[in-house]
Design a protein around this ligand. Structure first.
Ligand code: FAD
Ligand code: SF4
Length: 508
């Protein structure tokens, strides 16, 4: 008897371990558009389009190679609406002797599928997702016995293990990390290269019509969709990035600019996270660009660190710490998410711009996510569940394993310091330094507590004030806490009052 080979919506890679050794004569590939997965959160319309269009095209490519595919579309009346329901139905209707699958990227679904294995009449073989460069077991071994998990040390191990940017056992350029060179503000007048966007192909247009009617209440614009939905389209945007953007990626990595959400960023995360691009191939291409003299080391090292370092690190943390990680709320934040995270209706120019990028493109770049929307949510004391929900909904690249450690770990410090060694808390001065937002904003970034003061300012000092005891042990918080301790009590009280009024006005 053949095997039922399960392929999920974020597993659309030819090299997927679940497809290894596939026998077209007797095996059957199962793919299902799951309503349960699509509506667990009200995902951005563009994310639904991306995943379903990419799934349909993946199935067609398999069929083109003579593979039998049981594809259960959303509007199939027999669709049981869940992955497990579809496995059970396929086994009932087809003579198959086992199920082969690749471990999935969501703790809840993985747990569910492992439990399902106990109830089926045939065995389920679960294979490692070896598209990631560090296996779960290897990360656990690396983490074993360490007092702190720091990305930088993990990243060095990964550089050694893959040989990326290595000269023998030494890092190329004599340094592991060139981050200090990658924090430049955009000079006036500089223009980022025009972006190659991907016009929706026929399958994508078909899915766009289905999502427009069936999922109208979901967040976001749909007609601006231009994400790659198959490997050819994904490779085209990668080629474009390597040719035109990689050179500037390092210098302007942390910069932000009004109505220019993409800058020199690669825009590959949606494709990477569903398997249309392979992370190792992407890193090798960036390395080749450096070795051929086409891009500087600070850009290439910075780019590779994001994928080989951060991406693998947050995934490792997720699997090491779940399910307890999802409950962490180290700063005891209990507030509600302000409504303008959904509407963009705020006079805060930086926040309005980040929400607009999310609405129009299901995208915002890292610093917008971290230092604008994430920072504000942390300073306001928004409950991490509400923050998680927003990030999960609004971005096309959001998947549990990568979204949660970034949100609960990096952006809000809800994990108490597992992902980062300190909260990324900042006042308006940081945003002013790294962007052109403040000069067009109704608020005054230099004003700390007046009528028109930038809301980030009082919120920042109030955040330190509220969390003084919790943050006291963190070495990297010593300086700001010292400044706080020297502040006259009257000023602290004024910040507290201003922050409380701001929170109330924002409906937190
Ligand atoms: P580039 O800036 O061009 O970077 C290249 C690649 O590096 C990205 O495509 C991504 O694969 C990887 N990368 C960079 N930073 C990270 C990181 N911190 N964690 C993991 N991978 C990283 N990324 C997601 O893929 N999905 C998410 O749901 C997600 N949620 C985030 C939430 C918050 C609060 C923060 C601060 C970051 C989040 N990130 C997430 C990480 C990062 O912001 C995005 O990967 C990046 O903005 C994607 O755009 P890009 O492809 O243009 O990235
Ligand atoms: Fe954002 Fe404050 Fe600058 Fe306005 S003044 S753009 S709110 S940081």
């Amino acid at each position: 008897l053949g095997a039922l080979r399960l392929v999920l919506g974020d597993q659309l890679s030819d090299e997927l371990s679940a497809l290894e050794g596939l026998d077209p004569a007797c095996d059957l590939v199962l793919m299902a558009e799951s309503v349960a997965e699509a509506t667990a959160w009200k995902h951005h319309k563009q994310k639904l389009v991306l995943v379903w269009s990419a799934m349909r095209q993946f199935a067609e490519r398999l069929r083109g190679r003579g593979v039998r595919v049981r594809y259960v579309a959303l509007d199939d009346p027999a669709n049981t609406r869940s992955i497990s329901g579809e496995i059970v139905r396929a086994l009932a209707e087809e003579p198959l002797g086992r199920v082969i699958r690749t471990a999935c990227g969501k703790w809840g679904l993985e747990d569910h599928l492992l439990a399902l294995a106990q109830t089926l009449s045939v065995p389920i073989e679960t294979r490692e997702d070896d598209r990631f460069l560090c296996s779960r077991a290897r990360f656990a071994a690396w983490a074993e016995g360490r007092k702190e998990l720091r990305m930088e040390y993990f990243y060095r191990e990964m550089r050694r293990a893959t040989g990326l940017l290595m000269d023998g056992d030494k890092p190329v350029g004599g340094q592991w990390n060139f981050d200090a060179d990658n924090r430049k503000k955009l000079p006036t007048g500089i223009r980022p290269p025009a972006r190659l966007r991907t016009p929706p192909n026929a399958t994508t247009r078909e899915v766009m019509a289905m999502v427009s009617t069936g999922f109208d209440a979901h967040f976001g614009q749909i007609d601006t969709f231009s994400w790659p939905t198959n490997p050819d389209e994904a490779n085209a945007i990668l080629d474009h990035f390597m040719a035109d953007m990689l050179q500037g990626f390092g210098d302007w990595q942390d910069a932000m600019s009004w109505q220019r959400p993409f800058l020199w960023h690669s825009l590959i995360s949606p494709a990477l996270n569903i398997g249309l691009l392979n992370p190792l191939t992407v890193c090798r291409r960036a390395e080749a660009a450096y070795r051929e003299g086409k891009a500087p080391l600070n850009a290439v090292e910075g780019f590779i660190r994001q994928i080989l370092g951060w991406r693998e690190f947050v995934r490792g943390v997720y699997w090491l710490k779940m399910p307890e990680y999802a409950l962490r709320n180290a700063l005891d934040a209990q507030g509600k998410l302000p409504w303008f995270y959904w509407t963009g209706e705020t006079d805060m120019a930086c926040v309005a711009d980040a929400v607009r990028a999310a609405r129009d493109h299901a995208y915002a770049h890292h610093i917008q996510r971290l230092m604008v929307t994430g920072n504000l949510a942390m300073l306001l004391g928004v409950h991490p569940d509400a923050v998680d929900d927003w990030y999960m909904v609004v971005f096309a690249d959001a998947y549990d394993w990568v979204e949660m450690p970034n949100t609960r770990g990096m952006a809000t410090f809800a994990d108490g310091g597992i992902v980062g060694s300190k909260p990324y808390a900042a006042s308006g001065a940081y945003i002013d330094r790294m962007s052109d937002y403040c000069k067009g904003c109704r608020y005054d970034v230099k004003d700390r507590n007046g009528q028109n003061a930038c809301p980030f300012n009082a919120l920042y000092w109030d955040f330190l004030d509220r969390n003084e005891a919790r943050l006291a042990g963190l070495g990297r918080m010593m300086m700001p806490l010292k400044t706080l301790s020297r502040m006259p009590e009257a000023e602290r009280t004024a910040f507290r009052a201003k922050a409380a009024a701001t929170r109330q006005a924002m409906g937190v």
